[in-house]
Design a protein around this ligand. Structure first.
Ligand SMILES: Nc1ncnc2c1ncn2[C@@H]1O[C@H](COP(=O)(O)OP(=O)(O)O)[C@@H](O)[C@H]1O
Ligand SMILES: [Mg+2]
Length: 487
């Protein structure tokens, strides 16, 4: 029962099944009562007719009873002929309870059953009607006993009886047909219910697909299509759209604030840096102050980088960081990054190796942003690799996509940290890195990821602590590669 559709089908079928059961049970009970009444009516009519015929015959002839060829007294065959067409059990006995006549049906019964029928009419007759079991193999019978007073002395009573299942479409036939039709009905209702639920939920399904597309976070400006009419789906769409509107407002306020704040911080930082630099280069500055000024300059530089990065991410969030795309040979960009890396790596004695295809690797990219991405990865590789390590840059063209690998033999990243390294401001060991050697803002990889994704690509990382890390940027070649290419 995972989907709403399945649940609705289940409940629908359950409700229908219960209804059919209740309806069928009441139909069955009613049929049982009414079929008995039908039999009783038939029997009383037959008893009436039989007694009437005997009374009538007695009026015409003196002797109703004659001896048969064996000398046993029986009903005169001329009179008995009338009863030959009788459909139910008919027993006629003398006042002493001696058998005088059996109808065709009764004659066909097994001897034990005939005895049971006879027992019912032995004087004194216990009751005039009822239900009796005459044989364990046969269904119970309803019977009716009628005296024939006009033929007193010769005829005692007539007994008419019929099996309780002898009515047309009786309760057992009804039960049988219900047992046969119930599974077919239920199967039909499952199919119908499944189809109905699917049809009813279709607008909801479409809405969920649309919602999932919006929920990726960068599409808050999108809205659900509002269905016509006044049903629940329309209200849902309106409510969701209102929520998106509010979310979009607050997100843009947040982006706006970050962008404005970083923008406003840029100028004072520039003034500050110029001031410190001037003081540093001023020969009149007392030498004991130089160290403090140096530290201030480093902090100012770090802050400028932070503000620059923040501004860029805020603009990207706002969708106001269009890519300026030109067709580039990625080998050139990689070579530039490798050059810069070579200079940075020199101090630490790290070797930087580059592997590239012979042929040009042309791809439409934003040159400046792409270079920034490569530089971020390369500076990280150098920053987090101890002296005499190795950094490898690799470009591979597989036709459908282009892959850039930045591999280092550095300290690596703990498995628990891997899911966080692309988060904003996330740094593996902030306390140490602030005071110690590797400085940074924790925004580099967040920006790198944004640049890769803005180019329609993706970035992944593999790392083993102590063994090094591999950052892989995969860029597919395709028509819709550039997500936002200018506005
Ligand atoms: N090549 C690497 N080797 C080991 N750790 C790395 C590497 N690149 C990134 N990291 C980890 O990911 C964190 C985030 O990187 P980044 O966003 O570039 O910030 P920053 O370099 O300013 O610290 C780093 O602080 C570091 O802990
Ligand atoms: Mg970095």
């Amino acid at each position: 029962m995972t989907t709403l559709r399945q649940r609705l089908t289940f409940w629908y079928t359950g409700a229908l099944g219960a209804t059919i059961l209740v309806f069928g049970a009441s139909l069955y009970l009613d049929r049982r009562v009414s079929s008995l009444r039908e039999i009783d009516q038939r029997l009383s009519l037959e008893a009436e007719l039989s007694a009437g015929w005997l009374t009538e015959s007695r009026r015409v002839v003196e002797r109703l009873i004659v001896p048969d060829p064996l000398g046993i007294p029986t009903l005169d065959p001329a009179i008995a002929a009338y009863f030959e067409a009788f459909r139910d059990y008919l027993v006629i006995v003398s006042p002493t309870g001696q058998l005088l006549f059996l109808s065709v049906q009764a004659r066909a019964l097994p001897p034990a059953a005939i005895d049971s029928l006879l027992a019912l009419v032995q004087p004194p007759v216990p009751s005039f009607e009822g239900t009796a079991t005459i044989s364990p193999q046969l269904p119970a019978v309803r019977y009716l006993i009628q005296p024939v007073p006009a033929a007193a002395g010769q005829i005692g009573v007539v007994l008419v009886a019929a099996a309780t299942n002898s009515v047309l479409f009786g309760p057992s036939a009804l039960l049988r047909s219900m047992v046969v039709s119930l599974p077919i009905l239920l199967l039909g209702s499952i199919l119908l219910g499944f189809w109905l639920a699917g049809t009813a939920l279709k607008p909801l399904d479409a809405m969920v697909a649309e919602l999932e597309a919006i929920a990726d976070g960068r599409s808050l400006h999108r809205r659900l299509p509002v269905p016509a009419g006044a049903d629940e789906t329309r209200r849902l769409a309106l409510a969701a759209n209102r929520t998106f509107g509010r979310l979009e407002d607050s997100f843009s306020a947040l982006y706006r604030f970050t962008a404005d704040a970083s923008h406003e911080l840029k100028t004072p930082l520039m003034v500050l840096r110029a001031g410190v630099e001037r003081t540093l280069t001023n020969p009149k500055t007392p030498p004991e102050n130089l160290e403090a000024l140096d530290a201030s300059l480093a902090e100012i530089n770090r802050m400028s980088e932070l503000v620059e990065n923040l501004l860029m991410l805020a603009r990207a969030d706002e969708g106001r960081a269009p890519l300026v795309v030109t067709e580039c040979d990625l080998r050139d960009l990689l070579a530039e990054a490798a050059d810069t890396a070579g200079i940075l790596a020199e101090d630490k004695g790290i070797t930087v190796t580059t592997t590239m295809p012979e042929q040009p690797v042309h791809l439409p990219v934003d040159r400046a942003r792409f270079s920034q991405m490569l530089l971020n990865l390369v500076t990280n590789a150098i920053k987090y690799t101890p002296e005499a390590g190795e950094v490898l840059l690799e470009l591979a063209d597989a036709g459908d996509d282009v892959t850039i690998l930045v591999r280092d033999t550095g300290r690596g990243i703990a498995p628990g940290d891997l899911p966080h390294i692309f988060d904003r401001f996330w740094r593996s060991d902030p306390a140490r890195s602030r005071v110690g050697q590797p400085t940074g803002t924790g925004l580099g990889l967040a920006i790198t990821k944004w640049i890769a994704e803005a180019h329609g690509g993706e970035i992944t990382v593999q790392s083993r602590p102590g063994r090094g890390s591999i950052f892989t940027v995969r860029l597919p070649r395709g028509t819709e590669r550039i997500v936002e290419s200018g506005e």
